[in-house]
Ligand binder design. Sequence first.
Ligand code: NAP
Length: 291
Amino acid sequence: MSAQRLDGKACAAAVEEELLERINSLQSNGIEPHLAVIIVGDDPASHVYVNSKVRTCKRLGIRSTHLELPRDTSEEVLKQHILDMNSQEDLHGILIQSPLPSHVNEEALTDLIDPSKDVDGFHPSNLGRIVQGRLDGMIPCTPAGVMRMLKWADIDLSGKKAVVIGRSFNVGMTQALLLAAKGADATVTIVHSRTQNPRDECKDADLVVAAVGRPEMVQSDWIKPGAVVVDVGINRVDDATRERGWRLAGDVCADVSDVASWLSPVPGGVGPMTIAMLMENTVRSAELRMQ
Ligand code: NAP
């Protein structure tokens, strides 16, 4: 058996179709959705991510402002940029591209963003709303993208056993909350670096979401036959057979496809959904201004 492909690219295209209608409606009310992306320093991977966000904005008719700052920019200067953006009426989303240089306190910057413009969903008030079961705010894009993809594939989670590997606030922990929330109704276990036997935790799960950052950690003998597996991981691994000397790998081994009923590919799975959810959060923020 080969697992069905949980095709994030196709699902993201469907989300974009929907967004185009909402953007048209905003535009006919004189509102142009506008996203600002702040990038500090010259981390090549960050520039690749930012470029792909800017390209998606362009495709959808979302205005984007790309603020590129040198590596030695002080925290004070960054704070001032955020405060200026908070007060800019025609700006609806503010995103700070991670990672920031070590002299900058990322949390202090996130705390300053107006929660209604916090399209990454990392502000404590947006994260706190999720704990309260209020899912109408800005939800972090990666876990929101996973939920949307599961819904799109018509995968019922109610009463099912789900395991999330990873407990970062931006992915794993929020993912666990969303899966356990009313409406999704899964029974969730969180696996982290201190978990004694991750394989045993996964073995009887109906859904495994891997968000670890360890290439191909999840093996086929971790997975119950017919389970759904979502691979959030994006890892660069050396590969001498490729001209560029590396390839992208997820957190899940390819042979999981022989056991699972659904498996999301890397690339082309969660990645495109993360960007689609960022666009949706930006559009939602613009719609809030219209009300
Ligand atoms: P992170 O902040 O480094 O968190 C990794 C989590 O994995 C931590 O909770 C850690 O546990 C846990 N972990 C590490 N080693 C483990 C092990 N051996 N067994 C069990 N758990 C272990 O990373 P992240 O930001 O959540 O990202 C995770 C992965 O997703 C990365 O590959 C990242 O590139 C990818 N990602 C992809 C997208 C996308 O759009 N597709 C978006 C965001 C992230 P502790 O808490 O105990 O340290």
